[in-house]
Design a protein around this ligand. Structure first.
Ligand code: CA
Length: 252
């Protein structure tokens, strides 16, 4: 691997390179050796890099850096990469290529079922990694071309998913990442009732399907930010015993 000059990256929890104008890759990997190898390899092939050493850092990285592709190790210190994949799939279509030492078929099926685009078993060849990444990036571009829907407008709300900005009657609404994910999920399904279970699965991950109170608490917070009268919501309504619905228009 090519030698890198010292001091070319900061010793922050995660960091990025702006050496090339190529696609931005988020590398989620807790082993420094592996990160170093991927950094050198991807750098040499014109990719820009963001690095995360945990699931928590990965979520921050996806949220703030808007990467073009994610390379994901499954064994992370604070969460399993599969549950992280499910969580990310609740609010982003960013291509996810799993890079893992786990080679069992069940693991691959589980990762792909969770929403990963591809799966590479360690050790892997550089050429194969680059080829898989190119394919995943191409699929993502094709998908984006088909269903490009960067802005959703619902009543007074405007959700710009490219800039990750929400406005209400033209004024900026500041949402937490969870609230943003909730709102995007509801908006993408505007007019439809979504069950607690579905919302939990999409926003928090499959492991949280019993935590109905999460939905209640965060929906209440979201209402404070998007409703005129949060106690009597007009847009984000409760369907008793079932779940929630974001109206796509006000009923007469
Ligand atoms: Ca690991």
């Amino acid at each position: 691997m090519p030698a890198k000059p010292k001091g070319s990256y900061r010793r922050a929890a995660w960091r990025w390179h702006v050496t090339e104008a190529g696609p931005l890759v988020l590398v989620v990997e807790d082993e420094p050796q592996m990160r170093r190898f991927l950094r050198a390899t991807l750098d040499a092939h014109g990719y820009r890099l963001v690095e995360a050493a945990s699931a928590r850092e990965a979520i921050v990285g996806v949220t703030t850096q808007n990467p073009d592709i994610v390379l994901l190790d499954l064994g992370l210190p604070d969460a399993d990469g599969i549950s992280l994949t499910r969580e990310l799939r609740g609010w982003t279509r960013v291509p996810i290529v799993v890079v893992s030492a786990r080679g069992r078929e069940e693991d691959k099926v589980e990762a792909l079922d969770a929403g990963a685009d591809d799966y590479l078993t360690k050790p892997f060849g550089i050429k194969e990694l680059l080829a898989r990444m190119r394919v995943a990036l191409r699929h993502a571009r094709e998908k984006a071309g088909e269903h490009a829907e960067p802005v959703i407008e619902i009543g007074p709300l405007l959700i710009d998913m490219v800039r990750r900005e929400v406005t209400r009657d033209g004024k900026a609404v500041r949402l937490t990442p969870i609230e943003y994910r909730l709102l995007v999920l509801m908006a993408q399904n505007a007019g439809k009732v979504l069950t607690h279970r579905h919302i939990l699965k999409e926003v928090w991950g499959a492991a949280y399907q019993a935590h109905t109170h999460y939905v209640r608490v965060h929906m209440a917070e979201l209402r404070k930010k998007i409703e005129d009268e949060p106690a009597r919501p007009r847009w984000l309504v409760t369907e008793p015993g079932v779940g929630y619905r974001l109206r796509d228009r006000l009923e007469e």
